[in-house]
Design a protein around this ligand. Sequence first.
Ligand code: IPM
Ligand code: MG
Length: 362
Amino acid sequence: MDYNITCIPGDGIGPEIVNEAKKVLTIVAYEFGHKFLFKDILMGGASIDVHGIPLTDEAIADAKAADAVLMGSIGGDTNTSPWYKLEPSKRPEAGLLKIRKELGLFANLRPALLYKDLSDACVLKTETSKDGFDMIIVRELTGGLYFGKRETVVKDGVRVATDTLTYSETEIRRIAIKAFEIARKRRCKVTSVDKANVLDSSRLWRAVVNEVAKDYPDVTLEHMLVDNCAMQLVKDPKQFDVILTENMFGDILSDEASMITGSIGMLASASLNETKFGLYEPSHGSAPDIAGKNIANPIATILSAAMMLRFSLDLTEEADAIEESVKKVLSYGYRTGDLYTGRDNEIKVSCSEMGDLIADNI
Ligand code: IPM
Ligand code: MG
C-alpha cells in the first residue's frame, strides 16, 4: 500500500536524524511491499529563515493531508541564535506548539525502557537498574501552562510576568482515558502525577482521574506528587508502568526518564489526536552543538518511525521489525557517542552508520 508521510526535518541535528529514519523506512517498504511517499515541510528556525515565521498555513495543510507526520527537532541555541531575538510568537518553539494545537495532538506518549544491552550506559547504580524498567509517560500536550494566557507588563515600574495554568475536566478526562486504555495493554497500572497539595488544576486533575478509574476496575491507580515522582524515577524506576501527567510536568519528567535509559537519544514519542493521526518525534531537542557533525544518535527518531507504523498506519509487523533491529544492533555492541562507555565489546559509530546498521538488520 502507499502511505503519505509528511516530514519535518527541522533544525540542528533534525535533518540528519530524519534522514536515517527515512533510510530505515525505505528498507521496510521494500521488504514488506509498501510505498512511503515522503514530503518535507519547514518548521521552526528553518521556516523562520525562509518565511519569517516558524510555521506557515501551507505547511499545516501539508501535515493535515498526510497519513502521519515524522519530525526531527526544532530550535537553536537560545543564548546565541538570532531566532531568539524575535518576539516569542515568532520563535522556533511557537511552530511546534502551533502544529500540536492545530492538529489536536493532545496525547503525547513517551515510552522509556532500559535495553538490556544499554545497562552500562544507564546512569543509575547497577542495583537500581539491574532488573530493568519499562514505562510509558502519557503527557497531556495541548493544555496547561503551555497554552494559557501569558503576558509581561510593567506595574509601578516593576516588570511582572504571568503564565496561567488552566485545565478543563474535558481535557483531563480524554487524556486519562488514553492512559487507562494503554495500561490495559501493558501491566495495568497508572500512576497519575500532579501537585494536588498546592494547585487547583491538580486537585481537579485528581478528581477527574478518580472518576475515569471507575470504568477501569482492572487497572490499579495511584496518585503521586510530581516532586516525589522526580525522586522515585531515579530511586526505583521499575515501579512505573504508565505515568499520566499534565503538559509541563510531562515535559520535565520525560527528559528525566529518557536519561535513565542511558541517553536522551533513545526516547521516541507519539503525539496523537482523537483519530489514528499522529506526529512522531524524538523526545530530545535539536542539539545545535553537535549539528552537522554526523555524531547524533538517530535511534529515538527511528523508534518514533516505528511508533508511527504501529499507531497511525497499523503496520504492526513492520514496527516490530524496526524495534527488533534496534535491539539487535545494540546487542552487537554498536554505539553512537552518547551511548559509548568505552567497554571492550563496544564499537563507536556515526549517525549515518547507525542508520545503515539498523536498515541492514531489518
Ligand atoms: C518537548 C520539547 C518541547 C516541549 C519544546 C521544544 C517546546 O521540550 O517536546 O519535550 O516543551 O514540549
Ligand atoms: Mg521537552
